[in-house]
Design a protein around this ligand. Structure first.
Ligand code: ZN
Length: 390
């Protein structure tokens, strides 16, 4: 039995001061305040010293890090995952962008094979297949040579059991709604993105089972007051969650705040969409088979672009995303945490297992300072990262 005490727990639905967590065999078995939770005499104690303890972060869109790109080299998933706890990430969806379908199959095989022995890291919760059924007019950094028309036979093996958890597609493409229905029935979360869908097409997609919008405002038509389009439909639909990249580059901070006002913590999911340059200096990197140039902008923020200038993912870490969401919206830490813990977990249908501090859930935890810096990350009750004292 492991006991974490003197913690400010953010579950994130509520705050528990002088909180205590009891952990057994990787799972939380009791949670409460010190006055109500008895600590077994033989428990191993971790004194949180008043730090905030929150559920570990879940990133629904991550292309790679540490110089590795998941689409180019799907076998790098486990190695990259070992480094993610430094940013508080305990679960993520390795994202495979538009590429030959064989790349998705390779990523599925990598996850099926499991981690190397002795491995410890952030848990890949399944793949996010971003493409190849996208609208060429909103291809972004995706290689148009590999875009495909929706076809059921292409996704025959795309199931949660075979490690596909989220699929981004353009719902206005011919045959796309049939794909949406099929994938949604299997329990795959289907998302609208890289799309030219108008409002009516977006509503039809939601009716067919689309429950997510990939990086709201990016790679979709603009929001216009007489033509709300896909972004207007995503903002308006109460049953749909939206992904937002709050790096200050993909979306203006004021628009992040507007999206926040429309959707709130249970329907806004902060993602990084980070690529190979995360955790690396500026330079040349790769996303799928495209070369990406990462430079530092005037504010000292790293930006990833193709030679054409098109944004190619971000170089945003999850803890920085959390700080920026609070800066842009003025929301509380608990609300901001929900967008990277309980909200993505609920979207994936694993909200009882992950994304919340509750009895029965995995003990995936992040210890944070009051200024929201990651001090310690635990996965299934095992410490995977501790910040070195400076
Ligand atoms: Zn994208």
């Amino acid at each position: 039995m492991l006991c974490i005490q003197r913690a400010t727990l953010l579950t994130p639905d509520e705050q528990i001061d002088d909180g205590v967590l009891l952990i057994d065999r990787g799972r939380i078995v009791a949670i409460g305040d010190a006055a109500h939770i008895g600590v077994p005499a033989d428990a191993e104690i971790i004194d949180a010293g008043g730090l905030i303890v929150a559920p570990g972060f879940i990133d629904l869109q991550l292309n790679g890090a540490f110089g590795e790109d998941f689409t180019w080299a799907p076998e790098s998933i486990w190695r990259v995952a070992e480094g993610l706890p430094r940013w508080g990430v305990t679960g993520f969806l390795p994202t495979i962008i538009t590429s030959p379908l064989q790349k998705v199959a390779q990523a599925q095989e990598t996850l099926e094979a499991g981690p190397p022995s002795g491995w410890r890291g952030s848990i890949p919760l399944g793949l996010h297949c971003e493409g190849p059924f996208l609208n060429p007019q909103k291809k972004g950094a995706h290689n148009p040579a590999y875009l495909r028309a929706p076809a059921l036979e292409d996704v025959a093996a795309w199931t949660p059991d075979q490690h596909v958890r989220l699929v981004t597609l353009a719902p206005e493409l011919e045959g796309a709604l049939e794909l949406v229905q099929t994938l949604a029935q299997r329990g795959v979360v289907v998302s609208a993105g890289h799309s030219m869908a108008n409002y009516e097409q977006a509503r039809a997609a939601f009716a067919a089972g689309v429950r997510y919008g990939t990086h709201l405002f990016n790679a979709m038509p603009p929001l216009e007051h007489r033509e709300p389009g896909l972004p207007g439909a995503l903002l308006h639909a109460t049953e749909v969650t939206v992904g937002v990249i709050p790096d200050g580059i993909h979306v203006h901070p004021a628009i992040v705040a507007l999206a926040w006002a429309a959707k709130g913590p249970s329907r806004l999911s902060v993602v990084t969409d980070a690529m190979a340059a995360l955790g690396m200096p500026p330079g040349r990197y790769q996303i799928a088979d495209h070369e990406v140039f990462v430079t530092e902008d005037a504010r000292g923020v790293n930006v990833a672009r193709l030679a054409s200038g098109t944004l190619a993912g971000s170089v945003l870490s999850m803890d920085e995303a959390l700080r920026r969401l609070i800066l842009y919206t003025g929301c509380t830490l608990g609300q901001a945490l929900a967008t990277i813990t309980s909200t993505p977990a609920d979207l994936l249908g694993i909200g009882r297992e992950r994304g919340r501090l509750r009895a029965g859930a995995w003990a995936d935890l992040v210890f944070l300072t009051p200024t929201i810096e990651v001090v310690r990350t635990m996965i299934a009750g095992v410490t995977c990262y501790v910040r070195e004292e400076s």
